[in-house]
Design a protein around this ligand. Structure first.
Ligand code: HEC
Ligand code: HEC
Length: 208
């Protein structure tokens, strides 16, 4: 009986606390950093879900660490695939470390984008993502990118990414033209994938 009284008193207390806390702190909308409003939005959109073209990546809900790493890699010239050089080199050279932290935090905290529709190879891509291709020395992509392709730390989120961007990056890893600090890991995987398998896994990832 004592137990019940304590138990219900605790629930009552928690309930009250919850009520007070939410009443005292209404959600304050955080404004985007100024760089997002003056630069990034033009190509990536303010919330990072609706980039202007398919070869421009979605940044919403991307790993914060990964965004920072890539901006530094564009800035120091180590990520030098052609669209990176053309579009992101001029943008990133103007960014201070502090601005890189701010824009990465902004895009990482935006809601995950709505998935795209897949294609006729999506089902084959699903198998590659979850199981890899043993006879071609391709590990399961989910072992690094996570079972839902949500990414974490240096491993990028791939879920819901534009199919055109995903396919292009896998080709860049394969040819070695994208060779920034952590790209070797992907080079060793992409060299074992055929163009059709690259397309398949990209078609699957865009649906997540
Ligand atoms: C003129 C268009 C343009 C502008 C402006 C622009 N970007 Fe980009 N961004 C691109 C393109 C195109 C790519 C793909 C580059 C590639 O294929 O290597 C890209 C790639 C990136 C990537 C790599 C993402 C990944 O998944 O690897 C990050 C991070 C990024 N941009 C952040 C930003 C931020 C932050 C800003 C603003 C400070 C910005 N971009 C402004 C066009 C732009
Ligand atoms: C051993 C760990 C590992 C495995 C397994 C792995 N990846 Fe990756 N992947 C990475 C890392 C690390 C990066 C970031 C590379 C960089 O910073 O340049 C990456 C980057 C990528 C990118 C670039 C994303 C972007 O936003 O630019 C794509 C696409 C990708 N991986 C697809 C795949 C696919 C498809 C598979 C399975 C066939 C796979 N990965 C398996 C570690 C892995």
């Amino acid at each position: 009986m004592k137990c019940l009284v304590i138990g219900s008193a605790l629930i009552f207390f928690l309930f009250c606390f919850g009520e007070t806390a939410s009443a005292a702190t209404p959600p304050t909308p955080v404004p985007p950093p100024s760089r997002v409003l003056t630069s990034c939005y033009m190509c990536h959109s303010t919330h990072g879900s609706d980039p202007r073209f398919g070869f421009i990546p979605r940044l919403a809900h991307q790993s914060e660490v990964y965004i920072e790493e890539q901006l530094k890699a564009f800035r120091d010239g180590s990520r030098s695939d052609p669209p990176g050089v053309m579009y992101m080199w001029p943008v990133s050279e103007a960014l201070s470390n502090r601005e890189i932290v701010a824009v990465a935090r902004w895009y990482a905290s935006q809601p995950a984008p709505k998935p795209h529709l897949g294609g006729r190879l999506s089902a084959a891509g699903k198998v590659i993502f979850h199981q890899g291709i043993l006879k071609q020395d391709v590990p399961a992509c989910m072992s690094c990118h996570g079972p839902d392709a949500a990414g974490s730390g240096i491993y990028p989120r791939l879920a819901g990414q534009n199919v055109e961007y995903l396919e292009e990056q896998l080709r860049f890893f394969k040819s070695g033209v994208r060779h920034d600090k952590n790209a070797d890991i992907m080079h060793m995987i992409a060299i074992h994938l055929t163009d059709r398998q690259i397309r398949a896994v990209a078609e699957y990832l865009t649906t997540l």
